[in-house]
Design a protein around this ligand. Structure first.
Ligand code: DAH
Length: 332
């Protein structure tokens, strides 16, 4: 019987080591230890042996069972590891490979949008300016004619930075503070666009991001009128989206412009998309920057870039723009 046990052990070990899949191994385990197994059959015969022979055969039986369980466990962990490896290989995204031609890495959709809009405005004779994302109260609010207790300060859902006096340092809530920096730094004529990242303390959903992008436009010169503002907005709408698109202005309120308006753009199918705010630069704002409001006038507008890019490219959830999933990113 002992020889028989050893033979079964050797044969079964070979079968275990040869199992190619976890399924096959499971089946084998049932074959080896189930009621109808060869070892099971021998076990039933143990009772008929003489005591000494029974003891030795029992010992060999236990050894064989133990050895086979160890072999099964070993084989299972090898097969599990290779199954994991196969799955990881199947789901693998190669983020390092540089391929020639159009498959090579490219700029993010929002960056492409910024560059494209910059090109449109540079073509109209504008310069491009930038400002810091961490701003002081003066540039983000006060110089823009938000009084100290102006309710519009609360409408901006500001992230405050724990620096200096309380509420003195903020993550900029819009790109309008860059208007102030441009006017503080240069005398008119000013024809400038200012793209950048802005921050709002609000819940994120498919149409709102807490960190997003705006483009600001500022013109200050002699004799600038509301007609120049409306014409510039319409020009850029057509240049960015195409000749079938138009724009409209609706009366609104912003502390830093007077009169103020919101502007929408109209898709070729006739539907409207709210894009941003605009108006004639408020005389207080010009004066805050050392520009004589009697001698110069100006217009400004600002709008969200993420929504603009999403509209043009059919992205229905703005949160995708903040994702790092290469399968989303490589579509643009
Ligand atoms: N800064 C405004 C906002 O984020 C948008 C805006 C309105 C910008 C009017 C302007 C403007 O330049 O003139 O809500």
């Amino acid at each position: 019987m002992i020889d028989e046990i050893r033979r079964i052990q050797a044969e079964s070990t070979r079968r275990i080591d040869g199992a190619a899949t976890l399924d096959e191994l499971g089946e084998l385990q049932r074959d080896l230890f189930g009621k109808a197994s060869e070892l099971g059959g021998l076990k039933k015969q143990l009772g008929g042996l003489a005591p000494e022979a029974r003891r030795e055969a029992g010992l060999a039986m236990n050894e064989a069972t133990e050895a086979l369980r160890t072999a099964l466990d070993g084989r299972r962990s090898i097969l599990e590891a290779s199954a994991r490896r196969a799955q990881a290989d199947a789901e693998r995204l190669d983020l390092t490979e540089v391929r020639a031609g159009r498959d090579a890495g490219h700029l993010h959709l929002v960056t492409q949008t910024i560059e494209e809009l910059e090109d449109v405005f540079v073509g109209l004779g504008f310069t491009v300016a930038e400002g810091p994302e961490v701003e002081d109260d003066w540039h983000n609010f006060t110089a823009l004619n938000f009084g100290q207790f102006h309710p519009a300060r609360d409408m901006q859902d500001t992230f405050f930075v724990g620096l200096g006096e309380p509420k003195e340092v903020v993550m900029r809530t819009h790109t309008s503070p860059v208007q102030i920096r441009v006017m503080e730094g240069q005398a008119p004529p000013i024809y400038s666009v200012m793209p950048g990242r802005v921050y709002r303390n609000e819940a994120t959903d498919s149409t709102h991001l807490a960190v997003f992008h705006q483009l600001e436009c500022l013109v200050v010169d002699e004799g600038v009128t509301f007609a120049h503002l409306a014409g510039t907005i319409d020009r850029f709408t057509k240049a960015y989206f195409g000749p079938g698109w138009t724009s409209r202005l609706r009366p609104s309120y912003f502390p830093f412009t007077e009169p103020s308006a919101e502007f929408d753009i109209q898709r070729p199918d006739g539907t409207w998309l709210e894009l941003g705010g605009c108006g004639m630069v408020h005389p207080n704002v010009l004066a805050n920057c050392g520009i004589d409001p009697e001698a110069f006038s100006g217009f400004a507008f600002g709008f969200g870039l993420d929504r603009l890019a999403a509209t043009r490219h059919g992205v229905t959830d703005l949160r995708e723009l903040a994702s790092t999933d290469i399968r989303f990113l490589e579509q643009f």
